[in-house]
Design a protein around this ligand. Structure first.
Ligand code: ADP
Ligand code: MG
Length: 247
């Protein structure tokens, strides 16, 4: 189980996250939702120790810090430099290199793990392509393969459903279901607001503070939209127009 206790992050003296406490159980798919700039990416990066924070992050009862091999991270696509000259296969192999030590060549077992993972996401045939030349959905599948090959117990995915095709979405949902059945813990950031949020076991609504933590039905209320988006929408029409507020 993942447990975050009283986590706060400041960027140059400005609070990005204040006193966040949450948990995510084994076999649970948790959605982390909130408006642009709410701190979703910051929360994931703070859990990984990539940005300085106060508070505690525990996994299976002990601090997560220094136990990176237990955690797979799929970064937000918009934050990746796609001009970097690296192939899809090399991206999928990256976690293996850091597990073995950067200057060792990967073992045959590591190569096999990556091959199986690329096959699972139907990307093995494109493994020699530069990552920057793939479609958004294909890039997302390569990062998912990297996470799968790592064999982590905790998966943190930042906006994996943004800018992808239907095939990738279906494939990711099938893999998420398998990972839950294996008892993995999954936390997924999302800007979506709508029926798709019912795919999560639980939703955490974030805007600098944790505003709600409950089932999708309980979190997806008009009141909660207003609490998360300050002024709230300009119209009292259906929820879909507010999807623009999430990105
Ligand atoms: P989200 O992922 O929910 O869109 P972010 O975590 O990216 O939100 O950002 C939360 C807030 O922190 C925003 O106000 C953003 O401008 C700020 N922020 C994010 N990263 C940095 C950084 N490296 N330096 C300074 N401010 C940052
Ligand atoms: Mg983000």
């Amino acid at each position: 189980m993942l447990e975050v206790k009283n986590l706060s992050v400041n960027y140059r003296g400005v609070a990005a996250l204040e006193d966040i406490s949450l948990f995510a159980g084994a076999g649970e798919l948790v959605g982390l939702i909130g408006p642009n700039g709410a701190g979703k990416s910051t929360l994931i990066q703070a859990m990984l120790g990539l940005v300085p924070s106060r508070g505690q992050v525990l996994f299976q009862g002990t601090p997560l810090r220094g136990r990176r091999r237990l955690v797979a991270y799929v970064p937000q696509r918009s934050r990746i430099d796609w001009d970097y000259p690296i192939t899809a296969g090399q991206v999928a192999m990256m976690a293996q290199a850091s597990l073995a030590g950067w200057f060792r060549s990967p073992s045959p077992q590591a190569k096999q793990r990556v091959t199986v993972a690329l096959e699972r996401v139907d990307m093995l045939h494109l493994c020699d392509r530069p990552i920057g030349q793939l479609s958004g959905g294909q890039q997302q599948r390569v990062f998912l393969a990297r996470a799968l090959a790592q064999g982590a117990d905790l998966l943190l995915l930042d906006e994996p459903f943004t800018g992808i095709d239907k095939k990738t979405e279906a494939l990711m949902l099938a893999i998420f279901a398998e990972l839950r059945a294996e008892g993995k813990t999954l936390m997924v950031c999302s800007h979506e607001w709508g029926d798709a949020l019912h795919r999560y076991d639980r939703l955490l609504l974030l805007n600098r503070r944790l505003l709600a933590d409950d089932t999708p039905e309980a979190v997806m209320t008009f009141d909660n939209i207003q609490r998360a988006y300050g002024q709230g929408p300009q119209t009292t029409a259906k929820l879909t127009p507010y999807a623009d507020f999430f990105c």
